[in-house]
Design a protein around this ligand. Structure first.
Ligand SMILES: Cc1cc2nc3c(=O)[nH]c(=O)nc-3n(C[C@H](O)[C@H](O)[C@H](O)COP(=O)(O)O)c2cc1C
Length: 182
């Protein structure tokens, strides 16, 4: 059973990560969820714990044992890392090598040959911000993969690009990547 590491960040779309989790579990993957502190403001770890039957990781410094340094074992154990939804903040941190919480540290510790799929969700102005676009370009040049956000009416009332890609297409992308398909 392949391990999928799912990072959930502080976007209004965080609730959609529960459906992604459910679909991945249904497809036979073992899913390990890491939530940022901001993500916990939107959805409870209990939701992911119930769906995955595994502990949800939120704190880098919780339960550190020398036999198992959690952020390293999570990175080593994952066949793929998916961040859905991914905030402008996590994209910026990953592009800069910043590792200041559990999710950014695990992503930074992922071996270069393992796929990382980033699924951004944010307001259109945030998505179009030159710094965010620069970070996306930079990550793509490192081989990080993106599920492009959709054009849609956003929760903030604006219409434009920034909505999380369809949950089905994210799950299909994970399956294809783990099958070695482009
Ligand atoms: C109601 C609300 C909705 C938000 N939605 C988003 C979003 O969809 N995308 C985004 O990039 N940031 C969004 N933010 C801002 C992030 O939560 C904020 O930048 C936070 O620092 C992200 O932290 P994280 O990347 O560690 O989860 C939202 C904030 C609030 C209060």
């Amino acid at each position: 059973m392949k391990n999928v590491l799912l990072g959930v960040t502080g976007s209004i779309a965080a609730y959609k990560a529960a459906e992604i989790t459910r679909l991945l579990v249904k497809r036979g993957f073992s899913v390990r969820v890491i939530m940022t502190k901001s993500a916990e403001r939107f959805i409870s770890p209990l939701t992911f714990q119930s769906l995955t039957k595994h502990k949800v990781y939120t704190d880098l410094f919780e339960d550190v044992f020398y036999e198992d340094i959690r952020h390293i074992s999570l990175a080593k154990g994952a066949a793929i890392a998916v961040v859905a939804p991914a905030t402008a903040n996590i994209i910026g941190k990953l592009a800069s090598g910043v590792a200041d919480d559990m999710l950014s540290t695990v992503l930074t510790a992922m071996a270069a040959d393992k796929p990382i799929l980033i699924c951004p969700a944010m307001n259109t102005a945030m998505w179009e911000n030159p710094a965010v676009q620069h970070n996306v370009k930079k990550l793509k040049s490192y081989g990080v993969l993106f599920a492009e956000p959709k054009e849609s009416e956003l929760v903030c009332g604006d219409t434009g690009k920034g909505a999380l890609a369809d949950t089905d297409s994210i799950v299909n992308a994970v399956v294809s990547l783990l099958d070695g398909k482009p």
